[in-house]
Design a protein around this ligand. Structure first.
Ligand SMILES: *Cc1c(COP(=O)(O)O)cnc(C)c1O
Length: 380
């Protein structure tokens, strides 16, 4: 028998979350003629740990897919995805360009080195977004150099090297600071004033902030780029995913492999960081940090055993962790455990207890954890 741990991926929850985004962008009851922005479903990092193949199936209603790994992009084409694909970091070397052309991949242009490589290559008619660094100091042209880069892209189009040219930027604090976000949008609007092409700025937090996308200048259309919310986790520390109507797409579940009674004064796990101050019942769960469960999730991290919410005790080991069974007197060896997802705590709650974000936990589920793909949500 394999260890009793698995990650269940719900395709219907992924599709549901995409619908939540769509509804948020253009609520039913919006005026006639209102145009909804197009949606890039962001599926980088193996679809935030959910599997590219699953994402391609579940996001069939998205307008495009965005990622950064060329192999993942090619995989999407092999799976039959014929709508646009955007490479969020563009190409890395000149020899990537024929791959972009062959598979019809849209590129981000974020630095002069990419423009140099492009100009040295063969005409490819690639569609592109020229990226502005509007305040994150990561990828993109500085505001002072943006117009020049855009004009170089226009000349590349005239030479047959590029096709459509759009404008792009990325938010640093759309999840927690509206003022910074407004400043980034103002800078984007100033730098792109009068330049034709679609605009793409909003990540999940920007997309889920009512009306924000419409303040971005995009006379030739908008593309939003939601990622994390499509997987049922919240981009906001203070707004739970369930409150936004999102459903967890991944459920990490396991079972108890040992149940024991410990006396007052006994300590639990490595480092003895938890000590029982009274006799307790505890259960050992087949899940550890080698499965991707965060080692920093110490005592009091929420966990569900046999349908009852309880807590982790002590330190997480490589292959096991310990749960407090006092609230679950009926628990026994074999009882089901939900680490996060449907029927358990949200991945965001576990992440918060471990001092990180849901993104990291979803991406970090280890390859050794078997994935079970289901069409229907167990709750629907
Ligand atoms: C990851 C990423 C996104 C999606 O971000 P979320 O916070 O997951 O919605 C959008 N755009 C770019 C450029 C990204 O790297």
């Amino acid at each position: 028998m394999p260890r009793p741990i698995s990650a269940t991926i719900s395709l219907s929850s992924l599709s549901h979350n995409l619908e939540v985004v769509r509804e948020q962008l253009l609520p039913s009851g919006a005026p006639d003629g209102a145009v909804r922005p197009a949606i890039w479903a962001v599926i980088k990092a193996n679809a935030y740990g959910h599997g590219v193949d699953n994402a391609v199936r579940a996001f069939s209603q998205a307008d495009g897919l965005a990622m950064l790994d060329l192999d993942e992009a090619v995989r999407c084409r092999e799976l039959g995805w014929s709508k646009p694909i955007l490479l969020l970091e563009g190409f890395f070397e000149e020899r990537d360009l024929p791959v972009l052309r062959e598979y019809g991949l849209r590129t981000t242009l974020h630095c002069v080195e990419q423009l140099d490589m492009l100009e040295a290559g063969q005409p490819a008619g690639l569609d592109a977004f020229v990226k502005l660094d509007s305040g994150m100091s990561r990828l993109g042209f500085a505001p002072s150099g943006y117009r020049q880069a855009y004009e170089r892209a226009v000349r590349a189009r005239q030479a047959g090297l590029l096709g459509d040219i759009g404008k792009m930027s990325h938010f640093a604090r759309a999840d927690d600071d509206a003022d910074t976000t407004r400043e980034q949008i103002a800078l984007f609007n100033a730098c792109t004033e009068g330049l034709p092409g679609a605009a793409s700025v909003c990540n999940s937090a920007g997309t889920l902030t009512q009306g924000l996308w419409a303040t971005v200048q995009g006379q030739d259309g908008h593309w939003v780029r939601p990622g994390i919310c499509l997987y049922g986790a919240s981009p906001f520390a203070s707004r739970p995913a369930a409150q936004i109507g999102l459903r967890p797409a991944m459920t990490l579940a396991s079972r108890l492999i040992s149940v024991r009674d410990i006396p007052a004064g006994a300590s639990v796990g490595y480092g003895h960081i938890f000590r029982a101050d009274r006799p307790m019942r505890i259960g050992v769960v087949a899940c550890g940090y080698a499965d991707g469960y965060p080692r920093h999730a110490i005592t009091d991290t929420p966990i569900t055993v046999a349908g009852v919410r309880t807590r982790v005790l002590g330190r997480v080991s490589m292959d096991m962790l310990v749960a407090d069974l006092d609230p679950v007197p009926h628990a026994q060896v074999g009882s089901p455990v939900v680490l996060w997802g449907e029927g358990g705590p949200s991945v965001d709650e576990v992440a918060q207890a471990a001092g990180t974000i849901g993104y990291e936990l979803l991406c970090a589920v280890a390859p050794r954890v078997p994935k079970i793909v289901i069409q229907e949500d167990s709750s629907s």
